[in-house]
Design a protein around this ligand. Structure first.
Ligand SMILES: *Cc1c(COP(=O)(O)O)cnc(C)c1O
Length: 376
């Protein structure tokens, strides 16, 4: 049988190819490959899409996090609270700045940062002489993190929040969109993310004029009046003009794609209900379904299901088989003193199915039938 793509970028491209070709031709005509006019145009478009005051393009989602922490002056002695059940980039930037990533457990239903675990972790960090500085909630699998509960803790404890919306950009809590939450929010335009470009790309969002100015400086070598006037030690992290031009077209269809992703997720829910644990979306929340992630009983059942599906041309993925607090590079860093049981269990049970806005019903039926037979 014909192999099914995990994310069908080809189907999306067929839909917008002529517009992409025209946009690329315009970039080639102007020869402005770095910070060309398409970059500022996309920044304006994406800021207004999510309701943030400022959007600043950068080279990738990891740099976006780095720029955010640099702007908040994170450094040695600081503790930065991150989930362990996330992609390494969330934590990676913290030790680079000399600070300590402190791993927080997740909620069993949403896979997002557990506010109770965050509270315990902040207390533990303070007790061990670290200065709690920043919390980085992640919108895992496209579902916005529990921003209300987290921001209340952050307010009480006087910390700052950087929302890692690499997977959740475009999601909503009570009508408000990710990108507009937190002191700073970040996203990634890696091709497989819900809003992806055709290479690497990222963005930083903030409502704070001063932070925006500092981030703009850091992303271009700590520029002052221009890049030959260096007022701080910065980096080189810009969004390419070509990628900005592509993103403008992709953003035009993104709201419709989010609707399609939600329709497809609801259909998975209906078809898989009572067979596996389907994802839960709290009241008032809207996911962008970066992943449609189910739970099965144990790693053995999961491995068997993956092999059976793979043999039928159906790809699946495990995000994430080894949580960060168990990774060689990160195991020395502290975590919630009460343990990371929910994270460990999720790592053993989760399984992500093909998910994108162009998944047709016949293909979805084929995935579901194969999965149900495989785990029976
Ligand atoms: C993809 C991802 C990043 C990093 O984005 P890149 O553009 O690949 O650098 C950061 N955080 C999370 C949660 C991600 O999924």
């Amino acid at each position: 049988m014909k192999p099914i793509p995990f994310i069908d970028l080809g189907a999306q491209q067929a839909h917008i190819r002529s517009r992409i070709d025209e946009a690329l031709a315009r970039v080639l005509d102007t020869n402005a490959y770095i910070m060309g006019p398409q970059v500022a145009a996309f920044e304006k478009q994406v800021a207004s899409f999510c309701g943030a005051r400022h959007a600043l393009g950068c080279a990738n989602g990891t740099d976006a996090l780095m720029l955010a922490l640099m702007a908040l002056e994170v450094g040695p002695g600081d503790a930065v609270f991150v989930p362990s059940f996330t992609f390494a980039a969330t934590a990676e930037v913290v030790p680079y700045l000399g600070a300590v990533p402190f791993f927080v457990d997740i909620d069993a239903d949403t896979y997002n940062m557990d506010p109770g675990s965050l509270k315990r972790s902040i207390r533990a960090a303070r007790h061990s002489g670290q200065r709690p500085a920043v919390v980085i909630p992640v919108d895992l699998f496209g579902l916005p993190a529990d921003f209300d509960a987290i921001s209340e803790i952050v307010r009480e404890e006087n910390l700052r929040v950087v929302c890692d919306s690499a997977q959740g950009f475009g999601g909503k809590i009570n009508g408000q969109m990710t990108g507009s939450f937190g002191d700073i929010a970040t996203t990634s335009f890696f091709p497989a993310k819900p809003l992806g470009c055709y290479g690497d790309g990222g963005a930083v969002f903030t409502n704070d004029d001063e932070l925006a100015a500092v981030i703009d400086s850091y992303r271009i070598h700590g520029k002052g009046a221009d890049k030959y006037d260096n007022v701080r030690i910065g980096m080189n992290s810009r969004l390419d003009t070509v990628q900005a031009a592509i993103l403008s077209i992709k953003l035009d269809i993104y709201a419709d794609e989010i609707i399609a992703r939600n329709r497809i997720a609801r259909r998975y829910d209906d078809l898989l209900n009572n067979q596996v644990v389907t994802p839960s979306v709290p009241e008032g929340y809207e996911s962008v379904w970066a992943q449609y992630t189910i739970r099965v009983a144990n790693p053995e059942t999961r491995a068997r299901a993956q092999a059976v599906l793979q043999a039928q041309g159906i790809p699946t993925a495990v995000y994430y088989p080894i949580p960060l607090h168990r990774q060689t590079a990160y195991e020395e860093f502290p975590h919630d003193p009460a343990g990371m049981a929910t994270t460990d269990q999720a790592a053993d049970q989760v399984l992500s199915l093909p998910m994108h806005a162009y998944l047709d019903e016949a293909t979805q039926d084929r995935i579901v039938e194969a999965l149900v037979a495989a785990i029976r």
